[in-house]
Design a binder for this molecule. Structure first.
Ligand code: NAD
Ligand code: DAU
Length: 354
């Protein structure tokens, strides 16, 4: 029996990179269930849309009946759960969608997964996996000299987004502990790369720099994130799916801590290099703006467990990854035009108005 993976949220940034990578690297079939919120974009998956091993279904992870039908029809050997509301600033302005999808939606998905898994024979049961994709933000914020987050760091989520992801992690843990569901959780640091919606720091700065618009840096710009190239995250997920021990959590990170201001300056320099023609450096566009409420100061991941136990380490350096990413956004004007239409413009206008 060959593998069939039910991917949730596969039209988003990381999910679409994961699907494209797996379709090329594996012989698995993929069913992509995505609601197509503002963050979902089927253009990302145009190259596999009519592939015989790929199927797209538009729908909500909270729709139990639909999930049940998908399990019955496709008999997946694994679920990789990306679907979520993912933007911290949006969670601050309106947490309700985050509770609905990240908590209630994950709960509905877990319930249907448990029922389906319970109906399998022993061999299929032993083979089945649910991989829940989560974030480093569940661990809260670090001081400058604190050690990075490890798998046993106490949860201390600070934003509604982080709290909703923490809740979903706890549910996944409980479904393993109580019902024996063979679930795994990955907690990853900040991703960057192609297809990221330009509400997030890196693509927002690339596009604004290109267009000569102000580059809004929150607070003093010294908040630190640990950046990982999205393709490395996708190989980490595939590795955990293949070799991880059910019931375990694995931290994934880039060993690449950088303050935001440094990221923005690097982007300015790369855009200056790749899209010359401006009289002055893009760095002049940097504008310090009001801080994000409750803004976590520093994230850093201790990713030694996944390396020690499963042999995964990031391959891309930040210097090469950010160069590829800037190049991709500058080269893909059609994609950018598509995603920066109506509702995006409204978000930018509301969020960055003083
Ligand atoms: P994204 O916002 O780009 O994509 C989310 C996708 O989920 C979209 O395609 C959207 O349409 C879909 N979706 C939303 N609600 C849904 C619902 N109710 N039912 C079905 N589909 C729904 O997010 P991303 O950045 O690709 O993140 C994917 C996952 O990885 C999330 O769970 C996020 O918490 C986690 N994560 C992200 C990062 C990061 O840096 N982006 C880092 C660590 C973990
Ligand atoms: O750490 C993993 C998390 O990374 C994921 O779980 C989230 O889904 C993902 O959105 C991301 O969260 P962040 O809040 O860290 O990412 P964001 O790109 O929104 O912001 C990165 C940093 O840049 C953060 O310190 C806030 C700052 N920032 C962001 C924006 C959008 C700015 O200074 N200006 C901005 O306009």
């Amino acid at each position: 029996m060959s593998d069939t993976i039910l991917v949730t949220g596969g039209a988003g940034f990381i999910g679409s990179n994961f699907i494209l990578q797996r379709m090329e690297a594996d012989s698995c079939a993929i069913v992509n269930l995505d609601k197509l919120t503002y963050a979902g974009n089927l253009r990302n998956l145009e190259s596999v849309a009519s592939h015989p091993r790929y199927e797209f279904v538009q729908g909500d992870i909270g729709d139990s009946r639909l999930i049940r039908q998908l399990f019955e029809k496709y008999r997946p050997t694994a679920v990789v759960h990306f679907a979520a509301e993912s933007h911290v600033d949006r969670s601050i302005r309106g947490p309700a969608d985050f509770i609905a999808t990240n908590i209630d939606g994950t709960f509905a998905l877990l319930e249907e997964t448990r029922a389906y898994w319970g109906s399998l024979d022993e061999r299929q049961k032993a083979r089945f996996r649910l991989l829940h994709v989560s974030t480093d933000e569940v661990y809260g914020s670090l001081g400058p000299g604190d050690p990075p987050f490890a798998e046993n760091t106490q949860y201390a989520p600070n934003s509604p987004y982080a709290a909703s992801k923490a809740a979903s992690d706890h549910l996944v843990r409980a479904y393993h502990h109580t019902y024996g569901l063979p679930a795994l959780t990955t907690n990853c640091s900040n991703n960057y790369g192609r297809f990221q919606f330009p509400e997030k720091l890196i693509p927002l700065m690339i596009l604004n720099a290109k267009e000569g618009k102000p580059l809004p840096v929150y607070g003093d710009g010294k908040n630190v994130r640990d950046w990982l190239y999205v393709e490395d995250h996708c190989t980490a997920i595939a590795t955990v799916l293949q070799k991880g021990r059910p019931g375990e959590t694995y931290n994934i990170g880039g060993w690449n801590e950088k303050p935001n201001i440094e990221i923005v300056q690097m982007i300015c320099d790369l855009v200056d290099e790749m899209a010359p023609g401006r009289a002055s450096s893009r760095r002049e566009l940097i504008t310090f703006v009001k801080d994000r409420p409750g803004h976590d100061r520093r994230y850093a991941m201790d990713a030694r467990k996944i390396e020690r136990e499963l042999g995964w380490r990031p391959k891309e350096t930040f210097e090469s990854g950010i160069r590829k990413t800037v190049h991709w956004y500058l080269e893909h004007e059609d994609w950018v035009r598509d995603v920066t239409s109506g509702s995006y413009r409204q978000w930018i206008a509301t969020h960055y108005s003083v």
